[in-house]
Design a protein around this ligand. Structure first.
Ligand code: FMN
Length: 182
């Protein structure tokens, strides 16, 4: 059966390169994984008091992640770490205590940046975060993507052959990781 992957993108701007990378991965995963894009931009800042009457966005977010077989995070690096919007989503998903939606989910982390290291430092911090959330992170392969516009088409397909082969191998490894660890 096709596994469902909850996809969180760490950038909410229109034209996000990371969203484009997520779309490229989705195309490459067709027939193997179903991507379910999770909205995180309408979550309020984490506030323990709000559990008395949880906002609809929080309940929707938690249900969506809980219902997925696995998690994929595609994120830019912000100031050598990961964006605060992801930290906020992690916090909501991890509470109330004992009701985390992250625990035991096979998880992959990737990201892109126009910079030469392709979000590597941000991803290193993200790996620590998802480990602390008790997910089962895929250790390898890693995918640090330096964004080059000529490698991707507007429809989400990867036009550069070596980039396409690399990303295909990444998606295929994640599908196997999910089968093994779900
Ligand atoms: C607040 C902020 C901090 C950033 N810090 C880094 C950084 O540490 N390393 C890096 O490679 N790029 C950094 N960038 C550049 C982003 O990689 C670039 O804007 C990228 O396109 C953002 O991802 P997006 O296109 O998905 O929005 C930063 C951008 C912003 C807005």
């Amino acid at each position: 059966m096709t596994k469902t992957v909850a996809v969180l993108v760490g950038s909410i701007r229109e034209g996000s390169l990371n969203r484009k990378l997520a779309q490229a991965l989705e195309k490459l995963a067709e027939g193997k994984l179903k991507f379910d894009h999770v909205r995180i931009d309408d979550l309020p800042f984490y506030n323990e008091d709000l559990w008395q009457d949880p906002p609809a966005a929080v309940s929707r977010f938690k249900d969506q992640v809980a219902g997925a077989d696995a998690i994929l995070i595609v994120s830019p690096e912000y100031n050598r770490t990961y964006p605060g919007i992801l930290a906020n989503a992690f916090e909501w998903g991890s509470r109330p205590s004992g009701k985390s939606v992250w625990a035991r989910k096979p998880t992959a982390v990737t990201g892109t940046s126009p910079g030469a290291i392709g979000s590597a430092v941000g991803q290193a911090h993200l790996r620590g975060a998802v480990l602390n959330l008790a997910t089962v992170p895929m250790h390898a392969p890693e995918a640090y993507i330096q964004w080059k516009p000529e490698n991707f088409a507007d429809d989400g397909s990867v036009t550069d052959e070596s980039t396409r082969n690399f990303l295909q191998a990444y998606v295929d490894a994640f599908a196997k990781w999910i089968d093994k660890h779900q």
